[in-house]
Design a protein around this ligand. Structure first.
Ligand code: MD3
Ligand code: FE
Length: 200
């Protein structure tokens, strides 16, 4: 298996084959039936273009009250468990890490993007974050541990997995755009990104 290292980001192109990707999507459909995607709003009230849900003990949410992890979906129901098809990837690639406590589910249509940000709402920043891309390709931008400076961009395709550990765990990153029609995995198109995180 090929592994690329760019600025400490460990990229596994095509880590999941088509059958593994389809199995994860089938499991996610069950998760989303229990915990539907919502359109998050930033603390300042700006709607985000990405739709979100989660699985696991915690889900990351944002609304007028702020950015945080919650033990329940906004509906008041528990988040579904993280599918074993997803936790297997974590165990295989980061065997030393603690068990993931959150699988954030981000859904992008072909106009959605995510601005440059750091992920810092987790208590134990020594634990890695693992990202799984499914469906249409997306332009991922990798920056520095402080805002600004030079960045590098990379198209992430369906089945690609990225591990963020060490300095990359604290790096600014974002999604500039999605390439419509670049994958047939999701019948209606779009992109799903899963991020597995240790929260506590
Ligand atoms: C680097 N998601 O959910 S995945 C996010 O494609 C997020 O939906 C993007 O950024 C997406 O927070 C990018 C790659 C990623 C995820 C988490 C990270 C990179 C990261 C956490 C720390 C550092
Ligand atoms: Fe992030």
């Amino acid at each position: 298996m090929t592994v690329l290292s760019i600025r400490g980001f460990e990229i596994h192109p095509g880590y999941l084959d088509a059958g593994e990707q389809a199995a994860i999507v089938a499991d996610l459909r069950k998760c989303l039936a229990q915990a539907p995607l919502v359109q998050p709003v930033t603390p300042r009230g700006k709607p985000m273009s990405v739709r979100m849900s989660a699985a696991g003990d915690f889900g990351w949410v944002t609304d007028r009250k702020g950015y945080r992890y919650e033990t329940e979906h906004p509906s008041g129901l528990a988040w579904p468990p993280i599918p074993t098809s997803v936790t297997q990837v974590w165990r295989a690639l980061v065997p030393e890490a603690r068990a993931p406590e959150c699988c954030l589910i981000n859904w992008y249509d072909d106009t959605a993007k995510m601005g440059m940000h750091q992920d810092s709402d987790e208590a134990d920043m020594a634990q890695p974050v693992l990202s799984i891309s499914l469906g249409d390709e997306a332009l991922f931008r990798m920056g520095n541990t402080t805002r600004g400076g030079k960045t590098e961009s990379l198209w992430l395709g369906s089945g690609d997995v990225v591990v963020m550990a060490g300095d990359a765990r604290r790096a600014f990153h974002g999604i500039d755009r999605v390439r419509a029609g670049s994958s047939t995995l999701l019948p209606k198109g779009g992109r799903i990104n899963l991020t597995l995180r240790v929260v506590t």
